[in-house]
Design a protein around this ligand. Sequence first.
Ligand code: NAD
Length: 338
Amino acid sequence: MKNILITGGAGFIGSNFIPYFLEKYLEYNIINLDLLTYAGNLENLKEVENNPRYKFIKGDICNRELVEYIFKEYDIRGVIHFAAESHVDNSIKNPGVFVRTNVDGTYTLLDVAKNYWMEKPFKYKDEYKGCRFHHISTDEVYGTLPDDPNVLFTEETPYAPNSPYSASKASSDMIVRSYYHTFGMDTVITNCSNNYGPKQHDEKLIPTIIRNALAGNPIPIYGDGKNIRDWLYVLDHCKGIDLAYHKGGAGETYNIGGRNERTNIYIATKICEILDELRPRKSRSYKELITFVEDRPGHDRRYAIDATKIENELGWKADENFESGIVKTIKWYLEKYK
Ligand code: NAD
């Protein structure tokens, strides 16, 4: 049995990842370290809470003493690091906590892992050879793209983060990179596009659209609604993380994205159309609730991922496109908001 530390497992992506991982790998115990900020919710992990191979620890990734204790107590053999402040709007209101958690927190985890696993630079202790640190990151580190559909983010695209959120993630990616180049630590980074699916926090775009529609409230859409994101169903992201963690090259980065570019207004309209079928309003479409609101400052226009590297080298491909994944997602939220 191997003990793997997962951070931020009570958030959206981590809480989709943990049940998937526990079920697939019977030889792993999972230790989930999560501070349970407003974004973490143990309800998302009900299905695994009694699993003998799962342990939850409430705590802060910036707390070095705690992280050191966890490494020693559980003899940690791998890290998959999801914990972060993740909402761009919050990073505009309160950037400091993004720097603390995303930069200091990542540094603390990496540094403790290095000291626990390694004797000196480029020399792992014999019993910890192969122990890997997988950092979960975002395509937002690359900044924004022009509308030209032929231009996509590749792993070679220079970093140009525009929000305090993406700047803090870019910084954390650079620290991870430095631990590979300076200390020879076995690291891997995945940069993923926008995820959607069950268990996402209410504040994010898709739950916001569904919740407001069902309540008969205005559905707020920033600016002209033409901002483009490359939407990926969360389980497809989990499968990409699994592949990169197990088969990715040390020091490599992999972009994960669904080749599903959609404008925000398309997303809102599509959700309204599906709700019109699944939960019709009295003789009116939910589309009437769509309302344009003042744009987010510094709002990136377009993100789109070229996932060729992970597809060709590791055999990843998305199982869902937006139109199939969104139906599953809406059905899950219809249960949640009923
Ligand atoms: P989330 O906000 O839903 O969850 C973050 C989790 O981290 C929460 O459970 C929270 O309690 C925990 N956390 C926050 N600060 C902590 C701290 N100091 N110590 C311990 N735990 C702490 O985020 P998410 O959407 O699940 O994203 C997970 C990761 O994936 C993040 O690193 C994010 O940057 C990245 N990512 C997200 C998306 C997306 O579309 N959601 C896309 C690409 C990459």
